[in-house]
Design a protein around this ligand. Structure first.
Ligand code: NDP
Ligand code: HEM
Length: 488
């Protein structure tokens, strides 16, 4: 786009003589199809919307950098983490999950926390949330779960019945629900919340030693949440509260930052640990695996154009770099497929060529060619096949992943009988204050108020199993007979 050209043109660059009146055959006659100034303008307008993200549709993004502050090379060989002081440019997008692009920012929902690191070894995407756990632990359940959070197929309305109907049949969801219905489910903007990988990933060092890793991006602004009432009020006062807050902070020279810590577990320890460390409904207790500082993320530049940058950004846990690998977390494995697949649908097969997604610091070198909207030089006259004798790029065995051993029968294996209540119990009893518990049980009951008695009773039974006090408070607030539940 030529910024300095003063004459208005069509998209083909033809000067336009008049932008106020369409060409017509006579002053009162029909509009002419030859009027490209009009047809071009209408046709472009007709195509302005691309599909919004099927989840995380509403979001806000910002540019910044990551700087290493601690030497972690004994755990991870990723080049962008290789030296204290090393800086890597990045783009971060925060989001809500269930609502559409125009939905209110302060809705009760997890918040997406997605970072694209433009490293010299290719783009590395960390696609996390502001909660360390998730509702489900198998990707086959994800579309069903998300349907419960979307609009009812008959009424087109959002309702809490479907969500609770689904959750009461997934007791493992109640850890996430205990966080979601605490005031952490309504953060005061994007600057005052933490980000977590939620999944275990794998870090590999230069000698091939492997650790499972969990990421914690802790806000340097401090945790700040809205109460349920404040969040509801803000929905009507400023539905774009979080987007505006992030934009203004950066615009006013007050760049927000997060300190990255990791928890690390030698892969061999996972064999004997008290629960499956690749189960995303669980955290790793800090007492067993303390936080180790890695570096700082600073967001200091707003996008110049929301659509070009924030809307077209495409993150995927599949976009990784040597030294960082997926674990066998089933949810993560499902996500490895789902994200590039949805990008090809939402943005096209060449989504990687859009400037915000381009691995510009690594210079991609491959034999993929053509396709809709090829906007690069398409590798010019370089060979488009391999092997070749023409000196084209070849694979480097040094980039090989670790080689975990897999045994067992193919099948739809269940998860056994993990204790899904010990961690929400610890959160409710040991971490939360009395005030937190009051907010949690009120927020939960408010959301559950309109669901059927049968579903309320099932939910209360689960809450009671987590902690009798938790169950009794929710039961009382939603009008279900708690003592009867207690005897079940
Ligand atoms: P710790 O006391 O060491 O950690 C408790 C953690 O809870 C802190 O990281 C704190 O985050 C976080 N927290 C505080 N209030 C809330 C809230 N209302 N909702 C969600 N998280 C909150 O204990 P453990 O590591 O043994 O964990 C105990 C329980 O805390 C877990 O079962 C889990 O439910 C929850 N938790 C644990 C995390 C972990 O990675 N171990 C992470 C987040 C929650 P912060 O320091 O940022 O305020
Ligand atoms: C966005 C699928 C679980 C975090 C998305 C999108 C899809 C998707 C299709 C839209 C992407 C786009 O259009 O660009 C899934 C599936 C999951 C899953 C199939 C489980 C099997 C999770 C989990 C987390 C997460 C567990 C966090 C730990 C995000 C974030 C975004 C997103 C942050 C928004 C990224 C952005 O800002 O563009 N997910 N998701 N998702 N998901 Fe998931």
């Amino acid at each position: 786009m030529e910024k300095n050209r003063k004459t208005l043109t069509t998209s083909s660059g033809m000067p336009i003589d008049n932008n106020q009146f369409s060409q017509t055959a006579g002053a009162k006659g029909p509009v002419l199809i030859q009027d490209f100034a009009l047809v071009d303008k209408l046709a472009k307008f007709d195509r302005e919307r691309i599909p919004e993200r099927v989840v995380h549709a509403k979001g806000a993004g910002a540019h910044g950098y990551f700087q290493v502050t601690n030497d972690i090379t004994k755990y991870c060989k990723a080049d962008f983490l290789s030296e204290v002081g090393k800086q890597t440019p990045l783009f971060t997008r925060f989001s809500t999950v269930a609502g559409e692009r125009g939905y209110a920012d302060t809705d009760r929902d997890p918040r997406g926390f997605a970072i694209k690191f433009y490293t010299e070894e290719g783009n590395y995407d960390m696609v996390g949330n502001n909660t360390p756990v998730f509702f489900i632990r198998d990707p086959i359940k994800f579309p069903d779960f998300i349907h419960t959070q979307k609009r009812d197929p008959k009424t087109g309305l959002r309702s809490s019945q479907a969500g609770w109907d689904f959750w009461v049949q997934q007791p493992e969801a109640f850890h996430q629900l205990t966080i979601l219905f605490s005031n952490r489910g309504t953060p005061d903007g994007y600057r005052h919340m933490n980000g977590y990988s939620s999944h275990a990933y794998k870090w590999v060092n230069a000698d091939g030693d492997e650790h499972y890793v969990q990421y914690h991006f802790k806000t340097d602004q401090g945790i700040k949440n809205f109460t349920g009432e404040e969040a509801t009020k803000m929905k009507s006062e400023n539905p774009d509260y979080a987007t505006e807050d992030l934009y203004n902070a950066i615009d006013n020279g007050n760049p927000p930052s997060w300190t990255l810590y990791v928890q690390l577990m030698p892969v061999a320890d996972a064999e004997t640990y008290k629960f499956d460390v690749t189960d995303i409904t669980k955290v790793w207790p800090h007492s067993d695996y303390p936080l180790i500082e890695v570096g700082k993320m600073v967001l200091n530049r707003n996008p110049d154009n929301y659509f070009a940058e924030t809307e077209q950004s495409a993150f995927a846990p599949t976009h990784t770099v040597p030294g960082i690998e997926p674990s066998n977390d089933r949810m993560l494995q499902g996500r490895l497929f789902s994200y590039p697949d949805t990008h090809r649908h939402r943005l096209g097969a060449n989504y990687d060529q859009i400037p915000i997604n381009c691995s510009y610091r690594a210079r991609a070198a491959h034999y993929q060619r053509d396709g809709p909207l090829t906007t690069t030089s398409n590798f010019g006259g370089l060979p488009n096949y391999e092997p070749n004798t023409l000196g084209g790029p070849v694979a480097d065995p040094k980039a090989a992943w670790s080689t975990p051993k897999v045994t067992g029968k193919v099948g739809r294996h269940d998860f056994g009988t993990p204790d899904d209540f010990v961690q929400p119990r610890a959160l409710y009893k040991n971490v939360m204050t009395e005030e937190d518990r009051e907010h949690l049980t009120k927020n939960t009951a408010d959301h559950m108020m309109s669901v059927t008695k049968e579903v309320k009773e099932k939910a209360v039974k689960i809450y009671w199993q987590i902690d009798p006090d938790y169950g009794e408070r929710v039961a009382k607030a939603v009008g279900v007979d708690a003592p009867k539940m207690a005897k079940m």
